[in-house]
Every structure is written in structure tokens, then in C-alpha cells.
Design a protein around this ligand. Structure first.
Ligand code: KIV
Length: 277
């Protein structure tokens, strides 16, 4: 019998119960090693479709496929034991109908072992969220700046900076909460609106570029590690890993050129065989 105490994974009701109590600490991750490092410190890990831009160098998230999300989602689940893992549904896999959304969400849940899925959209998605949640799959919603709608929005633009836009975004927040989403990402939204939404709905708002008024925060891991060439204005860099990687590569290159690496401690010696001198 194993002597290791198994760590219990944070559940959807536990995240839901954070409303008004304790901030929901969230980060994205796309692969097992980084997920393993952040797992002890965060409540929720999102395998975001931002991986298309961060990992694959795409211009937008629109080219991300279900198979990509499943491959990265499985890796993150394998690398973690504590945080609740949510996998993004990519563009084109849930908008057509509640049935299509459910079928693709089932694939994500079965093939990755994650706990929940995330979908971008507000009121227009309420019926789909209800359908998927009623059939046993927890849904995190995503409102405000929704990168999968970039072509309609005309760019990555902060939302709700004029009061005329507030009603529609507030309606989105109410609709996804009523439909049964257990929490909602609020992205790129002006502070007073984020505050109003957070007060109006009974589920935790997890903000990204949406002020401290939200019930929790999420950042793209590579942005906060200092690995992104042009991080958005709302990112705080907690490390300078881009510079650390460049420095390490430079030092390695110098060592190899000077034949200083590998040293004796990195080199296999012959085994002593009986009878050999
Ligand atoms: O895809 C993603 O990483 C996201 C976060 C920015 C919330 O949706």
C-alpha cells in the first residue's frame, strides 16, 4: 500500500463557495512541468486556448483545435494533484448548438481527466451552458473581452469603458450565472463595471485585466513569468524568465565553444570489468 497521503483536488463547489469569502487564485498552464510547479499555490489552473498564441505562435486563438486542447489538458492534469483544472473549449466547438457543445465537452472531460470546461460568451450562450451543466459538466463562463470574437470586436479592446456598454455586459454576467456556470472569467473590463458585476452575481468573478474588484484573478503564466515579448498593460511580471533563458543559452554557447562543457562530472566513465587492468 502506498504511504503517500493523496492530496485532494479542489472541487467546483469549493470554488463556488469562495464568493465573498476568499480570492480565487488562478493561472494558466499548458504543460505538465509548469503545472507541477504552480499546483501547490493556485486554486484553479486554466488550460487556456491562449496556448495557440503562446505555445504555437499563432496571431489569434481561432486556429486552436479540440485535439490541441485535449493534448495539453491531459498533460496539465497529469502534472497536478491539487488545483481544479479547467480546459478551454476552442473556437467552433460549442457555438453551433447545445448538443455539439455537450459532445465536445464530453470528449475534453473523458480524454483529459479535467474537472470543468470554459466557454466564451454571455447571454447568447446561456442555453448551452444550462444544457451542459444539467448533464453533469461544470462550466466556467468568460465575458467582457472574449478573444475568440476578435474579428467581430475589431481587436483586443478593453470593454465597458463607456457607460452605454455596461447593460449588455451586466446582462451577460447575470445570464451565465443563472444558466449554472460555477464562475466567470471577466476579461479586459473597466474597474467600475467589474465591481458592479461582482456585486450583482452569486458566482465568483475571476478577473484578467478587470481590476481588484473581482472575486479572484487569473494571468497567463508566461506573461507573469516575463516570457512574453509584449505583455498586456494589466500584467505584473513576477519574474524575468525570458532574460534568464537568454542568459543561460548565452553561457551554454560560450561553454560549448570553449570546450568547457561537458565537464568530467557530466561525462560517463567506463565500468571496471574483472580482469581488466
Ligand atoms: O485562453 C486563456 O488563457 C484565457 C485566459 C486569458 C482567461 O482565456
Amino acid at each position: 500500500m502506498s504511504t503517500h497521503a493523496k492530496v485532494k483536488r479542489i472541487t467546483v463547489p469549493e470554488i463556488r463557495a469562495r464568493k465573498g469569502a476568499q480570492p480565487v487564485v488562478s493561472l494558466t498552464s499548458y504543460h505538465a512541468h509548469t503545472a507541477r510547479y504552480i499546483d501547490p499555490y493556485v486554486d484553479l489552473i486554466l488550460v487556456g486556448d491562449s496556448l495557440g498564441m503562446v505555445m504555437y505562435g499563432m496571431e489569434t486563438t481561432l486556429g486552436v483545435t479540440l485535439d490541441m486542447m485535449i493534448a495539453h489538458g491531459s498533460a496539465v492534469v497529469r502534472g497536478t494533484e491539487r488545483a481544479l483544472v479547467v480546459v478551454d473549449m476552442p473556437f467552433g466547438t460549442y457555438e453551433e448548438s447545445p448538443e455539439v457543445a455537450f459532445r465536445n465537452a464530453v470528449r475534453i472531460i473523458k480524454e483529459t481527466g479535467c474537472t470543468a470546461v470554459k466557454m466564451e460568451g454571455g447571454a447568447r450562450l446561456a442555453e448551452t451552458i444550462r444544457y451542459v451543466v444539467d448533464r453533469g459538466i461544470p462550466v466556467m463562463a468568460h465575458i467582457g473581452l472574449t478573444p475568440q470574437s476578435i474579428q467581430v470586436m475589431g481587436g483586443f479592446k478593453a470593454q465597458g469603458r463607456v457607460k452605454e456598454d455596461w447593460a449588455a455586459i451586466e446582462e451577460d454576467a447575470r445570464a451565465v450565472a443563472e444558466a449554472g456556470a460555477f464562475s466567470v472569467v471577466v476579461e479586459g473590463v473597466a474597474e467600475p463595471l467589474a465591481e458592479r458585476i461582482t456585486k450583482q452575481i452569486p458566482i465568483p468573478t475571476v478577473g484578467i485585466g478587470a481590476s481588484p474588484a473581482c472575486d479572484g484573478q487569473i494571468l497567463v503564466l508566461e506573461d507573469m513569468l516575463g516570457l512574453s515579448p509584449k505583455p498586456p498593460k494589466f500584467v505584473k511580471e513576477y519574474a524575468t524568465m525570458g532574460a534568464a533563458i537568454a542568459g543561460a543559452a548565452e553561457a551554454y554557447a560560450e561553454d560549448v565553444r570553449a570546450r568547457a562543457f561537458p565537464g568530467p562530472e557530466h561525462t560517463y566513465k567506463m565500468k571496471k570489468v574483472d580482469g581488466e587492468a
